[in-house]
Design a protein around this ligand. Structure first.
Ligand code: NCD
Length: 306
């Protein structure tokens, strides 16, 4: 039984294979249109989501499968006090694979231990978001042609942003990666990412506060939203929320090939005027998220397509 809890659950070779499959799905969607007929995906979302839940559902539908699930804890038996372990045990009788998002770190892992079907972590608190990372890797590889030798700026809420944590863990396995971590002092990456991931793997990185200073050297800028729901008080959030705003004037400081990614949803951190810049790739990124989730479902269900 295979689950996906962290991007490190896959070796670099397995990841390459998955991204190749996603690119093949992008080129030949008709080949895959019926391969999951008779299979069901359950989406168990205890926290808000638009893209992740609907892209999982679109992915399963594109494969000819069916979907079921809930989109808020209040409409599930969690509201009555059921544990995720009990819930998944029951869902295992109804579905072939499940994607779970939960505000508590480690909840999908607990579920996977009680499950008889593959469980995918669709985001657990401020911890990990491995399928966003698969999306990011597919976007970078497809648009840049490589996953090595890149200078990558990660900007915004690096403390609570789970997409950033997963992306750093995945990218340190490639050579020639340099990170520029752009955040206010209070929203720096957690020390476990700095010490156990970056320093342990001897990855080059610097921490800066000004986006303007970092822009000229970047191959890629990964913007993130300040994670309102993880703040302990409203005042701190209000102080931090507009710390970075990428606009057309700042984009002039960047190189002609610098890609801008964002897991979305965006709040104010990217001005709408940047959307028409050819370097803005965040809406394409959302489309890649469907292909990569299709590839992931096929891989975990061990569906072979000739
Ligand atoms: C991200 C998440 O949920 O962590 N969204 C997503 O899945 N695309 C980023 C965010 O909410 O800021």
């Amino acid at each position: 039984m295979k689950h996906l809890m962290s991007p490190l659950d896959m070796s670099v070779e397995e990841l390459d294979k998955l991204l190749d499959l996603a690119n093949d799905i992008e080129k030949h969607p008709e080949k895959y249109a019926h391969v999951c007929e008779g299979k069901r995906l359950a989406t168990l979302f205890y926290e808000p989501s638009t893209r992740t839940r609907l892209s999982f559902e679109a992915a399963m539908m594109n494969l000819g499968g069916k979907v079921m699930g809930f989109s808020e804890a209040s409409s599930s038996s969690a509201a009555k006090g059921e544990s995720v372990a009990d819930t998944i045990r029951v869902i295992s009788c109804y579905a072939d694979i499940a994607a779970m998002r939960h505000p508590k770190e480690g909840a999908p892992l607990v579920a996977s231990m009680a499950s008889s079907i593959p469980v995918i972590n669709a985001g657990d608190g401020g911890h990990q978001h491995p399928t966003q990372t698969l999306t990011d890797l597919l976007t970078i590889r497809s648009l840049k042609g490589r996953l090595d030798n890149l200078t990558i700026g990660l900007c915004g809420d690096l403390k609570f942003g789970r997409t950033v944590h997963s992306l750093i863990e995945a990218l340190v396995r490639y050579t020639g990666i340099k990170f520029v971590l752009i955040s206010p002092e209070e929203l720096r990456v957690p020390s476990y990412i700095r010490e156990d991931v970056l320093e342990k793997n001897h990855v080059e990185y610097e921490e800066v506060e000004r986006l303007e200073d970092a822009l000229p050297e970047l191959d890629l800028l990964y913007m993130t939203r300040v994670q309102k729901e993880r703040f302990f008080n409203e005042e701190d959030y209000v102080r931090m929320k507009d710390f970075y705003i990428l606009d057309a004037a700042k984009m002039q400081l960047a190189g002609p090939d610098m890609l801008v990614l964002h897991p979305l949803p965006r709040v104010n951190e990217i001005a709408v005027e940047v959307d028409k810049d050819p370097r803005a790739a965040y809406f394409k990124q959302a489309q890649y998220g469907v292909y990569v989730r299709m590839a992931l479902i096929l891989t975990l269900l061990e569906v072979e397509v000739c």
